[in-house]
Design a binder for this molecule. Structure first.
Ligand SMILES: Nc1ncnc2c1ncn2[C@@H]1O[C@H](COP(=O)(O)OP(=O)(O)OP(=O)(O)O)[C@@H](O)[C@H]1O
Length: 412
């Protein structure tokens, strides 16, 4: 039996000549699932520079994707995600650095072997006159068929399986030029899957899909990654989906990969704000969703809510462009979380503690500066009993109190 040290030496990748000194390569990081850091990598880039003509768009790119892992690239429009994916797929020449596929330099792998190892799907619209959806998917088997392209029973099984998995078997006889964008996207994913790649490169694979199909497709990719140890590198615009589907996320911005890591860390409030220039408070890092901007200006309406009674009113006020204040709420409550994103002023108590006099005083101050109050509570509990004082303050000051937003007409 080979001794442990010899085996480690054999497995250890040679230290690459590295343009950027001591910066750790993601390949050296733990996988987090107990796998050793030197599991053979499906994809490894070191110091990769990508761009068009000789102009580098993204430089110094170190990526490491293990079999079974899903790496998602996120970044604003034009940041270079597609260019990077095309370079990894061998469609564009790197402007610098290296790309290794299962330990071999990409440009040394012959075409057929490369096609059996890697499939890539981009969002270009191909001309597809007079061919059926099944013809398109069958093209994914070309790396396995002879020069005549005759499909074996095994090839046919793969085609059918990929079409069934993507919900496109029912489209098999349809003219590919006359299916919807979403249907075509699912057919193209079927083609890529029936190529049985060990590395799948996808540019915006869910861009044309409805929400149900997006979830189905990402679940399918996750299942394939787990069951067949297929590695996936994909770009996604939907950061909520990226948060849910990715094992790791690489954030591209300003010509660099500015962060790589676990989804929660990569899509933190600070990172999303930096990547996309959105107001930090509008982003919910738990759901990965971004709210429309809160209405500008001083609050005109004070909303007394809590326990989920306020969400539709907060959104309705936001849609109408009416700035509002809300309180006293709990930060962990659903109303508290939404008010933090949409209200001009939100007054909070500490979670799990009764609403105290100090918070009520701040809420009264905000309320007395408003033209109307919407009270969505018919009663208060032991914890927020003091919110009743807000109603008393409104009535004492002659500020109209409405039971719902419909009664605000003419008041604001
Ligand atoms: N064939 C090309 N020749 C020259 N420049 C190009 C070419 N294709 C894209 N670009 C430019 O490269 C930059 C990056 O484009 P790329 O498509 O890689 O970005 P992206 O991050 O995928 O954007 P998006 O999120 O909008 O899809 C853009 O400024 C784009 O105009």
């Amino acid at each position: 039996m080979m001794d442990l040290r010899a085996r480690q030496d054999r497995c250890r990748r040679p230290a690459a000549p590295h343009a950027h000194g001591m910066r750790p390569h993601p390949a050296d990081a733990s996988t987090g699932d107990g796998a050793p850091g030197d599991t053979p990598l499906a994809l490894e880039t070191r110091g990769l520079a990508v761009g068009h003509a000789s102009r580098a768009l993204v430089s110094d790119v170190d990526l490491a994707v293990r079999p079974g892992e899903l790496l998602v690239l996120v970044g604003p429009n034009g940041s270079g995600k597609t260019t990077m994916l095309r370079t990894i797929a061998g469609q564009l020449k790197p402007l610098g650095g290296s790309i290794m596929l299962f330990g071999r330099a990409l440009d040394t792998i012959p075409g057929t072997e490369r096609a059996r190892t890697m499939a890539a799907l981009f969002t270009d619209r191909h001309k597809t006159d007079l061919i059926t959806c099944q013809d398109i998917v069958e093209a994914g088997r070309h790396p396995y068929t002879g020069s005549l392209g005759v499909l074996s029973p095994e090839d046919r099984r793969c085609v059918r399986e990929a079409m069934e998995a993507t919900g496109t078997w029912g489209l098999r006889d349809r003219d590919a030029a006359h299916v919807s964008d979403g249907q075509r996207q699912r057919v193209l994913i079927a083609r890529a899957l029936c190529q049985e790649p060990k590395l799948l490169v996808l540019d915006e694979p869910t861009s044309y899909l409805d929400i149900h199909s997006q979830i189905g497709m990402l679940q399918l990719l996750r299942d394939r990654a787990r069951e067949r140890r297929m590695a996936v590198v994909a770009s996604l615009h939907d950061i909520g989906m990226a948060l849910r589907a990715a094992d790791r996320i690489a954030c591209i911005h300003g010509g660099r990969v500015i962060f790589q890591g676990a989804p929660d860390a990569a899509l933190s409030t600070e990172m999303v704000s930096r990547l996309y220039g959105v107001e930090p408070a509008s982003y919910d890092p738990v759901s990965g969703s971004v709210e429309l901007a809160r209405p500008a200006g001083e609050p005109q309406v004070f909303v007394i809510a809590g326990g989920g009674t306020g969400t539709s009113t907060f959104r309705a006020l936001q849609r109408r462009g009416i700035p509002f204040a809300a309180g006293v709420l709990y930060p962990g409550d659903i109303d508290g979380q939404l008010a933090a994103r949409l209200a001009a002023t939100a007054i909070f108590a500490a979670d799990f503690e009764p609403v105290g006099p100090e918070a009520v005083d701040r809420a009264k101050e905000a309320l007395l500066a408003c033209r109307a109050v919407v009270c969505l509570r018919s009663s208060f509990g032991a914890m927020d009993a003091r919110n009743a004082e807000l109603l008393e303050a409104a009535r004492a000051a002659g500020i109209p109190v409405c039971g719902d937003i419909g009664q605000l007409d003419g008041l604001v």
